[in-house]
Design a protein around this ligand. Sequence first.
Ligand code: CO
Length: 250
Amino acid sequence: MAIVCKSAAEIEKMRQSGHIVRQVLDHLRTLVAPGMTTMDLERAAEKKMKELGAKPAFKGYFDYPCVLCTSINDEIVHGIPSEKRTLKSGDIVSIDCGVVLDGYYGDSAITVAVGDDVAPELRKLLDVTEASLYKGIQQVLIGNAVGDVGAAVQEYVEANGFSVVREFVGHGIGTKLHEEPQVPNYGSRGHGTRLREGMVIAIEPMVNFGKPETRVLDDKWTAVTADGSFSAHFEHCVAVTKNGPMVLTQ
Ligand code: CO
């Protein structure tokens, strides 16, 4: 499958689905508190999506069972919401949300500190991961390479003493959740696919406090750090335009 470039009208539709994702995540962020379960977040997300008139993008995708991915502490991505796990003060939780509206997808993730006891070095992990996403976004320029995005993320993360996950990557997005090209959070400047006007990519740095290696739990979904260190994840969908990067999920 080749890379699909979007028209201005299509990008406008993706901005609308992106805006719904943003509203869901903004709502969920206000709910996160010690004592709640990730299934509480799942139910709130499902309700909000319905109110806003969008369909969930993840539920049923390769048989994934939920509308959110909720990944706590050493979980990197693809944690499955559950009734069993209660959030406690000092935890960090990544909330990844995707919707489809009128055939066009939006996908975004945030990582939120739970309660007031989150350690300063973990606050730094969250801040560095979010800032690395914006370093990547700044490289979304016509004629730049996908490697410029990855290199910008990786350099910033490693300069701050953390590591980037290699086994999971960002992606093109449009009328499918995952389109070409793949968008790694590492790379070499000038290498990889060239960005052209109308391309839309989801950039999603996954940053580990310790070593970059990962493994997947027996549930076949939840990716965790091999060394048990905590991990953060932020994601935006970004269009390549003549006027520079256009973030669609805000
Ligand atoms: Co994504």
